[in-house]
Design a protein around this ligand. Structure first.
Ligand code: SAH
Ligand code: SF4
Length: 371
């Protein structure tokens, strides 16, 4: 008998799950049932699906599977931040990271979309790694699945373990478009994770044509990694700016906002690097640049990594930069570093992780790093 490759139902969008059931001669409503089992109750095998007939369960068993990504390690920081290292399929031992950051009533999951990144921003450790491969939809939505399951059995009526998702882990989400869109649709779908579209955010360094595509497909919130108030500096820090300069990027942002069904803002991310983009005149220049855009600004003090060549600014300088923008009327937040003790801060993802032991067990024991 030839070995057929089973379809992994974990990564199928609602539409693709319907198509799958139709392709095997089953009714549409089966897709809803199975989707709830997988994404709301965390089912890993078909036996658990008690409202699905035995015959269908064994048929599904033969041709499909529910397979989450392989978790290499899970760490919990003193401040509650959780971090997972996930090994992707394909045999290269390629890993990505997922981080969950609790904050009062919120718990924000930072999700990766690629192993490495091709866009080579000068201050980003993922960029330094180069591009390895795209994550599959199951590997992307699987990060949400794993994070929720780490709290125990999934309970659709229990407290929400993940309230927000930001596509700010490794990789450029718009360079892995279809799998990212399918995953975000699942995050917001009522029969899956049911998150608010205001709480699912895609962050991009500015792949302009894909921003126009994105609004045709979904209405997630958008964050733009700007990092510079003019093209001259941005060309240096974010090389994709040479293809899609700031004016074109801001035009795409306006288009995105205008085509959303509700009134929202864009989040502008600005990583502050000492002596590079953090002086007062640059703050003023930024204030002028963004004056016509409905936006909030999030300042991220640079997170150092070995041989980066950049330094983070002093708190004083960061506050000054913030004040100039705030005085001009912007809402400006400063991202505080979380999960320092487990290297979970932005731009520190995976870094120098190598799993030399090639452990094969799926879920390695929960490791309390502070014990
Ligand atoms: N590729 C996407 C999303 C992943 S990066 C993007 O660039 O938007 C998520 C955020 O972390 C981006 O704003 C990125 O510029 C920022 N970042 C990357 N490296 C960093 C570092 N070392 N310190 C602080 N922020 C960093
Ligand atoms: Fe890629 Fe984003 Fe890093 Fe730039 S900042 S290299 S786009 S992951």
């Amino acid at each position: 008998m030839t070995d057929i490759k089973k379809v992994n139902l974990l990564g199928l969008s609602p539409q693709k799950l319907i198509e799958f059931f139709e392709s095997i001669g089953e009714k549409k409503f089966r897709a809803t049932q199975v989707m709830k089992w997988i994404h709301q109750k965390g089912a890993e095998n078909f036996d658990e699906m008690t409202d699905v007939s035995k015959a269908l369960r064994s048929k599904l068993e033969k041709i499909s599977e529910i397979r989450g990504p392989e978790v290499v390690s899970q760490n919990i920081s003193k401040d509650g931040t959780r971090k997972w290292i996930i090994r992707t399929e394909g045999g290269n031992n390629d890993c990505v990271e997922t981080v969950l950051i609790p904050d009062g009533n919120r718990a924000t999951l930072c999700v990766s979309s690629q192993v490495g990144c091709s866009l080579d921003c000068s201050f980003c450790s993922t960029g330094k790694q180069g591009f390895n491969r795209n994550l599959t939809p199951a590997e992307i939505i699987g990060q949400v699945w794993i994070a929720i399951k780490s709290f125990g059995p999934m309970d659709p009526n229990g407290p929400r373990r993940v309230t927000n998702v930001v596509m700010m882990g490794m990789g450029e989400p718009l360079m892995n478009f279809e799998p990212v869109v399918d995953s975000m649709i699942l995050m917001m779908h009522d029969n899956a994770y049911g998150m608010s579209k205001r709480r699912v955010t895609l962050s991009t360094s500015g792949v302009v044509p894909k921003i126009y595509e994105l609004i045709k497909r979904t209405d997630v919130s958008l964050a733009i990694s700007l990092h510079a108030p003019n093209d001259e500096l941005r060309d240096e820090l974010v090389p994709i700016n040479k293809r899609f300069p700031i004016a074109k990027l801001l035009e795409a942002c306006q288009h995105y906002l205008e085509n959303l069904p509700d009134k929202r803002h864009i989040t502008i991310e600005y990583t502050l690097m000492s002596g590079v983009n953090d002086n007062e005149s640059q703050a003023h220049e930024l204030a002028v640049l963004l004056k016509d855009l409905e936006c909030k600004i999030n300042l991220i003090p640079f997170n150092p990594f070995p041989n980066s060549g950049y330094e983070k600014p002093s708190n004083n300088r960061t506050r000054k930069f913030q004040k100039i923008l705030a005085d001009t009327g912007y809402t400006v937040t400063v991202r505080t570093t979380r999960g320092d003790d487990i290297d979970a801060a932005c731009g520190q993802l995976v870094g120098d992780f190598h799993d030399k032991t090639r452990r094969s067990q799926k879920y390695i024991e929960l490791k309390e790093v502070n014990s």
